[in-house]
Design a protein around this ligand. Sequence first.
Ligand SMILES: NC(=O)c1ccc[n+]([C@@H]2O[C@H](COP(=O)([O-])OP(=O)(O)OC[C@H]3O[C@@H](n4cnc5c(N)ncnc54)[C@H](O)[C@@H]3O)[C@@H](O)[C@H]2O)c1
Ligand SMILES: [Zn+2]
Length: 351
Amino acid sequence: VTALMRFDVTTEPRCPVVIGPGALGALAGFRAQHSASFFVSDATVALQHGGRIGLDALPHHLLPAGEAAKSLGRLEALLEALAAARLDRRSLVVAFGGGSIGDVAGLAAALYMRGIAVLQCPTTLLAMADSAIGGKTAVDLAAGKNLAGVFHPPIAVLADTDTLATLPAEQLVAGLGEVLKCALLAGEGELVFVEQHAQELRSGDGAALARAIEFCARLKAAIVARDPREAGERKRLNLGHTFAHAIEKVAGYGRIPHGVAVGCGLALLPDGALVERVRALLARLGLCASLRELEQRYAVALPAAALIEAMRSDKKGVRGSPRFVLPTGIGEVLADQGLRDAQLLEVLSAP
Ligand SMILES: NC(=O)c1ccc[n+]([C@@H]2O[C@H](COP(=O)([O-])OP(=O)(O)OC[C@H]3O[C@@H](n4cnc5c(N)ncnc54)[C@H](O)[C@@H]3O)[C@@H](O)[C@H]2O)c1
Ligand SMILES: [Zn+2]
């Protein structure tokens, strides 16, 4: 039996994070501090896990599952639902789902009456390890993903690892891409943990997942507390992401799961020994260790020229010149790095 883990994101105000089986038990205490609570979820999560919180009997709004939730139209409908439920400034929005639900519910809470409280209750590995922490919210525009959003930190994060039992294998594996990213940022101990527990993690073992979520969430919490607005250090968390965003865009959004693209992005680095170790681990986690493997598994074409073009228009880049987070060792990275065209072409064209 795994015990609950608790720590705070030491921002002002502090944001408690609870991770482990039964973490949703803490929900009642947070609800009691608010005039009313309104739940946001999707039909899949509601069906599989709504019973854990008695969702049926609570005021709630269901968004479409996945990225389809993240549109201005869905945001508008959700805001109207908050108004129809007569929420006031002291009310609470509870996001109950994956990162997509968390992003839209967080943004709706930030906008409604100029900002009411949001509680993040993530139900995917990716959301527990990454997106529920740190206060970024967004919806997508036709021009690109996450282009309309604000920072709106949650009052708390309740990551109930019992909900992961129903997560489809593809979603689990995608989350492991972000877990590996965090391990590389955190250090040798975390990387060795992932290496030694690759099989358990991949097969959804609750105890192994809870530990991985904990080190990811702690790492993100520490970085976010020091740099809440991504002025500097928080950029480290974008390790692998310049490549990932380009891969997702060129493949066509939705074809390749974000975490899978991130995993591949971690292997596209010009450093010999570390890259070999990362590739071996990616394979054991069920992720793709090269662009050619991604092309095969998802039946897409990822030509170097198209990837480079996509990177030039990445919103995190200085216009025209893609920026990368590059590892200089395990647990050590440099953000805001450029790569020479020839180097980039070599990495992206490798067989
Ligand atoms: N705000 C941030 O800092 C941040 C960080 C990373 C990613 N994101 C965003 O998160 C989104 C991706 O989130 P995600 O990977 O969690 O996926 P998701 O929220 O899109 O959900 C994926 C699918 O999993 C299903 N699902 C969720 N929980 C389940 C469960 N317990 N059992 C069975 N099915 C379940 C959903 O219904 C959906 O079909 C992207 O839009 C991304 O931009 C945000
Ligand atoms: Zn990511």
